[in-house]
Design a protein around this ligand. Structure first.
Ligand code: SF4
Length: 183
């Protein structure tokens, strides 16, 4: 699937899932999004939430690098936890609610972990710090197909296909809203 030598990061695919135009501006054109408050805050809170996560799960690894040669995607997952006889990814998000694109990036982390370890992964986990909630996403065939199709579409845009904007209520907070309206 991947062009030889090119690897996307999970966060690149996450941008595509948020809006293909954001992926285009950020990944294809290399336009940077301003680093905000949340990005800095995230690192500190990540240390604090580790104790909460370890009360519930056995932590196997932290900031663990995973990749799928087959998909041409790599990433660094916040935590790898024990899930029965297997392992599962766990991502920390500094939010009250689960955004749809996080659900699918969690699935992508699951697929990458599976390809890295060579062992089946059944579930992917998210921890929402602001609501103190754990969310479990099943690694179903349907979720896999959706995410693998999104990765294919990312590579199509990298190869020159024009992306379509995905207008939503998130547009008003989008870092590229001014460029997007001119496009
Ligand atoms: S303004 Fe909306 S449609 Fe345009 S890039 Fe941002 S999220 Fe996508």
């Amino acid at each position: 699937m991947a062009r030889s030598g090119i690897k996307l990061w999970v966060r690149d695919v996450e941008l595509f899932l948020f809006c293909p135009m954001v992926f285009y501006f950020s990944v294809v054109l290399g336009m940077e999004t301003p680093k905000g408050y949340w990005a800095d805050l995230g690192k500190d809170i990540q240390q604090d939430v580790e104790s909460i996560i370890s009360e519930r799960f056995e932590i196997h690894a932290k900031e663990f690098e995973i990749e799928s040669e087959r998909l041409g995607v790599k990433g660094k997952v916040d935590f790898v936890i024990k899930d029965g006889r297997s392992f599962a990814p766990l991502e920390v998000k500094y939010s009250y609610s689960l955004k749809p694109w996080w659900k699918y990036s969690a699935v992508l982390y699951g697929i990458l972990l599976e390809d890295t370890l060579g062992k089946p992964v059944k579930r992917c986990n998210l921890y929402l710090t602001e609501s103190n909630e754990f969310k479990i996403i099943e690694l179903t065939d349907e979720n896999r197909k959706f995410v693998e199709s999104a990765v294919r579409r990312c590579f199509e845009v990298l190869n020159g296909k024009t992306p379509k904007p995905s207008k939503s209520k998130s547009c008003k907070n989008c870092d590229f809203r001014f460029q997007c309206y001119e496009f």
